[in-house]
Design a protein around this ligand. Structure first.
Ligand code: DX5
Ligand code: ZN
Length: 232
């Protein structure tokens, strides 16, 4: 995984057919996805339950590129090894998930995965500053985590300040929640490079009819790249 600030589209399989994850991952990658975003929810940190390391291990062989695992669970530490062994390239934990995020990030890097730090809409950047040397990605939530298909909460100011804080460090800024061709440009302009999109990617398509996935991915990418000044 070489570092680049080019726009990356990361479809969230939360919006895929849960009975067909393998084929859905192959379909979105074939249709132009850069990363595959995997939302792990525990029914405790967030009010919804999805799946755990066994499902991640099962879908891993169906993903050619980056498997980006977003843990919405608490506690986190005892499960890190399991997600690393399942083949996660990036493991992202929430700053709100416990009192010892520093230890959690150390454990993620020690597992061999890249370390991501997620921050909810109500969380500021104060705590992030002390962690910059131990993270590879900050995931700025633009919805309150737990469900797909929610309305975008504008975090432009936070993303701009985060981008300035990061400076030349090789840390991705990922945006998660409510990304569409209308909202993605705001975040790309503010400094984001990874755009997670669930409903806006999977809408209108299926494994049997994957072309809409490609159209949706291209629409989000084109809007975001236009906002950053990259020729499209
Ligand atoms: C929310 C998840 C998101 C979500 C995005 O808790 O972390 O990844 O699936 O879904 P959309 O794009 O539908 O908002
Ligand atoms: Zn997510």
């Amino acid at each position: 995984m070489s570092f680049s600030r080019a726009i990356k589209i990361a479809p969230s399989i939360l919006a895929a057919d849960f009975a067909n994850f393998g084929a859905e991952c192959r379909a979105v990658e074939d249709q132009g996805a850069d990363w595959v975003h995997v939302d792990v929810m525990d029914g405790h940190f967030v009010p919804n339950i999805t799946f755990g390391p066994a499902t991640c291990a099962a879908i891993r062989p169906h993903i050619r590129g980056v498997m980006d695992v977003h843990l919405m669970i608490a506690p986190v530490d005892m499960y890190i090894e399991g997600f690393a062994k399942a083949g996660a390239d990036i493991i992202t934990a929430h700053i709100e998930a416990g009192p010892h995020i520093h230890r959690t990030l150390q454990a993620i890097r020690a597992s061999g995965a890249k370390a991501g730090l997620a921050i909810n809409p109500g969380t500021g950047l104060d705590g992030v500053e002390n962690l910059l040397d131990m993270i590879d990605l900050v995931c700025v939530m633009t919805v309150n985590p737990g469900f797909g298909g929610q309305n975008f909460i504008d975090m432009t100011d936070k993303v701009q300040r985060l981008r300035a804080l990061i400076g030349a460090r090789p840390i991705h800024i990922e945006i998660d929640g409510g990304m569409t061709p209308q909202t993605a440009p705001l975040m790309a302009r503010a400094g984001a490079d990874v755009l997670v999109a669930g409903s806006a990617v999977f809408k209108g398509g299926s494994v049997a009819n994957p072309a809409p996935y490609g159209e949706n991915i291209r629409a989000i990418r084109a809007a975001a790249e236009a906002a950053t000044g990259v020729a499209v």
